[in-house]
Every structure is written in C-alpha cells, then in structure tokens.
Design a protein around this ligand. Structure first.
Ligand code: ADP
Ligand code: MG
Length: 309
C-alpha cells in the first residue's frame, strides 16, 4: 500500500524548497532561512520516514533524535555537519544544519569512478582531522560509511553527517548494546561482542567509549577502501557471509581489484582492520598520520593482553 507523503511547507522560520532524502528514520529537506541562506532540515516525521514507525516506538525515537540534536550541537569543524537551530513544527521535532551542496561519497564512486590514490589519501587526511574533533569531544559516531560522507562540489571537501547513532557519556547511552551501524562496515567487535570484547569493558564508560571510537577508525578504513575501489572490504552475498568475512578474514587486498595500486594502502588497511580493536590506531589523528606517511610509520603490534587469537 502506498500513501501520499505529505510534509510541512515550513519548519519554523525555514521554508521548505525540496525533499532531499527520506533516510532510515528521518527526512531531510532543503530549506531557505529567513536571511535567504540555504539550510538542511532533518525532521523526525511520524510517517514518511524510510520505515514505518509504530506508535509505541515513537517516544524512544524522539528521545534518540533529541540526543542527535544535542550531539550535533557540540560539533565544530569544517569537515563535520554543523547545527544551526532546532525546534518543533507542531509535534514534529527538527534540526537545522548547514546545507551541503555536493554528493555522497557513495554515489560519487558508485556512479562515477574510483579515486586516484593521492585523491583518496588527501580526502582521508581531512576526514581524520574532522573525526579527531568529534572524538576529542568524547563523541563516537558509530556509522562512518560512504552514505554518511558528503563531498562538497567542486572542491571535494568532506563533510561527515548523520550523528543519529552517535554516543557520548554525557548523554544517555541508550542503544549501546545494539548491533549499531551498517552491516558491511561494522567492525568485528560490533558483529560478535562475545568474541571480540574483553570482559570488563561493557559497564565501564571510558572503556565503552574507547570501543565505540575504534569502530569509527574501522569506518575510516572502509571509506578509504571504498574510495579506491568502489567495493566493500569484507564482501559477501548474505549478511551471514559478510559477518563471517569481517570476523574471520583479512580484507580483500586492494591490489586484487586495482592492480596498479601501490603497496602502502593495503598496509595501512591491515593496521586499521585489526580484529582486536586495541591494536588499531588509537585516534583519528594517528590514523591521519598513517595516510600522511603512506604507512611508513606503522608501529609494531602491541602486546596482546587477552587471548583473542
Ligand atoms: N547537511 C546536508 N546537506 C545536504 N544533504 C544532506 C545533508 N544531511 C543529509 N543530507 C542527505 O540526506 C540523507 C540522509 O541524511 P542522514 O542524516 O544520513 O539521515 P539518516 O539518519 O536517515 O541516514 C543523506 O544521505 C544525504 O543524502
Ligand atoms: Mg545516514
């Protein structure tokens, strides 16, 4: 059954010009601010989001949306979405963010062509810089993937969007035990918590945040891989196959897909895609250094602290 998708003509002072996307739970509109500036409005519609939200789920989703607004309000970096305003239109909560004239990394590569190594390298350095600010504020994004990275036209400057799954200890950590993220880009410890999260981590907020931040580092690896190949690093035809690849196989070498590629991207990816999350680069800053140095300064593996493998 299809129902006509009706949405407000404006959100507060922001006049709707166009519907941009109907994502997982929210809809994004291109709007005009009173001063004539273009803005994007993300609204949690009862109907018309990507999925049918039942009446009973709505309070929880509203709480999560409020958390997304509060988290987005803490962000301040040119490579990360910025909050301009928020409010209610009737009973619909919305947030106003800077409108990015550009396209998603996903379409850019999937409908266009993979990037040259130097282009992807420059992009990743900028993304790491933005993510460093996010992590510095003790926020973990938890869904770093090619559909949540916009590239500004014409300079290709990245903008990380969608803090809908983000967590920070200052706000509710509700949802922290869910298998959150996007299947193809989840790290092993999110796919199989029992096997990859050492005892004593869950329940200790600092160690939980370290775990979630590391999932973002894994996400950076996925962005880099996708930029260079248009493919997922751990492919499979079913969810089960993908999960198995993530937990038990190394990534498909880029050199299998792009024969002309130098060695260093696969070396950096080996470092990022460590199954034991504590062996990965510990911060986006250090991850960015690997791109800057083209993998020439990858440290020796740390001593294993528990018997993972
Ligand atoms: N600030 C923005 N400027 C332009 N387009 C945006 C902006 N934010 C989101 N979009 C578009 O809307 C889509 C959904 O937004 P997102 O925040 O990822 O929502 P969801 O939580 O539903 O995934 C994005 O993939 C992108 O295409
Ligand atoms: Mg999204």
């Amino acid at each position: 059954m299809t129902s006509k998708f009706e949405y407000p003509k404006s959100f507060g002072r922001y006049k709707v010009l166009d519907l941009v996307a109907r994502g997982g739970l929210a809809a994004i509109f291109k709007c005009e601010a009173p001063d004539g500036d273009l803005v994007a409005v993300k609204a949690l519609l009862k109907e018309g989001g990507g999925i049918n939200v039942t009446e009973s789920q709505y309070p929880m989703l509203t709480t999560r949306f409020q958390r997304e607004i509060q988290i987005t309000g803490q962000l301040d970096h040119r490579a990360v979405v910025r909050l301009i305003d928020s409010g209610y239109e009737g009973d619909i909560p919305y947030m106003v963010i800077n409108y990015v004239v550009g396209e998603r990394l996903f379409e850019r590569i999937y409908e266009g062509a993979p990037m040259e190594v130097e282009e992807a390298r420059t992009l990743m350095i900028k993304v790491c810089d933005g993510l460093q600010m996010v992590h510095f504020k003790n926020i973990a994004h938890r869904d770093v993937q090619p559909k949540n990275l916009l590239l500004v036209i014409p300079d290709d400057d990245p903008v990380l969007i969608d803090f809908g799954l983000a967590l920070t200890p200052h706000l509710s950590m509700e949802g922290k035990t869910e298998r959150a993220g996007t299947v193809s880009y989840m790290p092993p410890e999110i796919v199989d918590r029992e096997r990859f999260i050492p005892p004593g981590v869950m329940g200790n907020i600092n160690r939980e945040m370290e775990l979630f931040r590391s999932a973002d580092i894994w996400g950076i690896g996925c962005l880099f891989y996708f930029s260079l190949s248009g493919k997922r690093p751990f492919p499979g035809d079913t969810e089960e196959e993908v999960f198995k690849a993530i937990t038990d196989s190394p990534h498909v070498p880029l050199s299998d897909i792009v024969p002309s590629i130098p060695e260093w991207p696969d070396k950096v990816l080996d470092y990022i895609f460590q199954k034991d999350y504590r062996q990965r680069p510990s911060t986006p800053l250090l991850t960015g250094t690997q791109f800057e140095d083209r993998g020439t300064t990858i440290p020796q593996p740390k001593k294993k602290l528990f018997g993972l493998f």
